[in-house]
Design a protein around this ligand. Structure first.
Ligand SMILES: [Mn+2]
Length: 329
């Protein structure tokens, strides 16, 4: 159920800052653009600011270039270039807490009203208004309902924002969060003109050369342990220093080792800074990787989590193996 206060604030207020979590995925990007589209339709001033630039693979989305990324000298102004505009309301889409906004938090003011629209289990209800639906397959499914509640007919552009969020977050309608509603909404989006095969071409059948070469290096680093139940892949500091990682789309890389038959836990280690290892953990069994990540000061979900370990890549593997091994016994 959409909270009445949410509709009221959108109806009554005039200016909004829209944001989402750092390293925005398709649901975050589609979500901020869809909310922006709605506010535009209602004649409200708004600006979209994310911590870092969204991945170029989403540039098929209309008005993609309107998404700003945070910098210390970012000036938000609409009419008067000499006057910095202070938004009075913040709409946060697809983020479980405010911390995940990273630098965008610096744009918050004390008397700002915060609106939280999200579907993460770990959502901390940080808003003055919270529209949180843990059953939604994507935040954009919720925004679809918000747009309909204003009685505004959808058009192709916004249908593609919403569809992008759904297709990314449900893993192309394959993850367990896919519901009949995800498919019903998607059917409506297709009727509205969302170009599904065009979007699939961008998202799933197009890679940068750097991404494919990076995947080759990743697969070459594959190491199996615990009698075939654990798989490690990594990018070491030498590789990361020699290559422009921003051109490599590592999203989903950890799923390659996880896909090996018999593997229960996979880890992707990256040594961006010498001696500091960033780790993504995935599980496809009863092993809870959130608990393992917590041992090293990280966290996440039962089946997907992350943490950092100081030391070499082999140190990190050994420490992780120790924790994973305990849980097999
Ligand atoms: Mn999401």
């Amino acid at each position: 159920m959409i909270p009445e206060e949410l509709k009221k604030i959108i109806r009554d207020e005039d200016n909004f800052l829209i944001s989402s979590h750092m390293n925005p995925d398709g649901d975050a990007i589609g979500g901020v653009l869809a909310i922006g589209w709605l506010l535009n339709k209602l004649g409200k001033r708004h600006v979209i600011v994310l911590n870092n630039p969204p991945s170029e693979k989403f540039r098929y989305l209309s008005e993609f270039e309107k998404i700003l990324s945070y910098s210390d000298d970012l000036k938000i102004d609409f009419n008067d270039p000499n006057k910095v505009w202070v938004p009075r309301n913040l709409i946060v889409v697809d983020s479980p807490n405010l911390e995940r906004l990273e630098n965008v938090k610096k744009l918050l003011s004390k008397d700002m009203k915060i609106i939280n629209i999200d579907h993460h289990e770990s959502n901390s209800f940080f808003g003055d208004i919270n529209y949180v639906d843990l059953k939604a397959g994507a935040s954009t499914e919720m925004i679809y309902d918000v747009i309909l509640s204003f009685g505004i007919p959808l058009v192709k552009d916004v249908a593609e924002y919403i569809y992008t969020g759904i297709v990314i977050d449900t893993g192309r309608f394959r993850f367990s969060n896919t519901t009949p509603k995800s498919l019903e909404i998607s059917a409506k989006l297709l009727e509205t003109g969302a170009r599904v095969s065009y979007i699939a071409e961008w998202l799933y059948h197009t890679n940068s050369l750097e991404t494919l070469k990076g995947l080759g290096v990743l697969l070459n680093s594959l190491e199996i342990g615990a009698n075939g139940r654990v798989a490690f892949v990594h990018f070491d500091n030498t590789f990361l220093k020699r290559n422009d990682i921003s051109k490599i789309d590592t999203e989903g890389f950890v799923n390659y080792p996880l896909s090996i038959e018999g593997v229960k836990v996979a880890a992707f280690l990256q040594e961006h800074e010498k001696g500091k290892i960033r780790i993504s953990l995935r599980s496809k069994d009863t092993i809870n990787v959130n608990e393992i990540a917590k041992v090293f000061g990280g966290g996440g979900h039962d089946k997907a989590a992350g943490c950092r370990i100081n030391g070499t890549i082999s140190d990190a593997k050994r420490l992780l193996m120790g924790e994973i091994g305990k849980r097999f016994n």
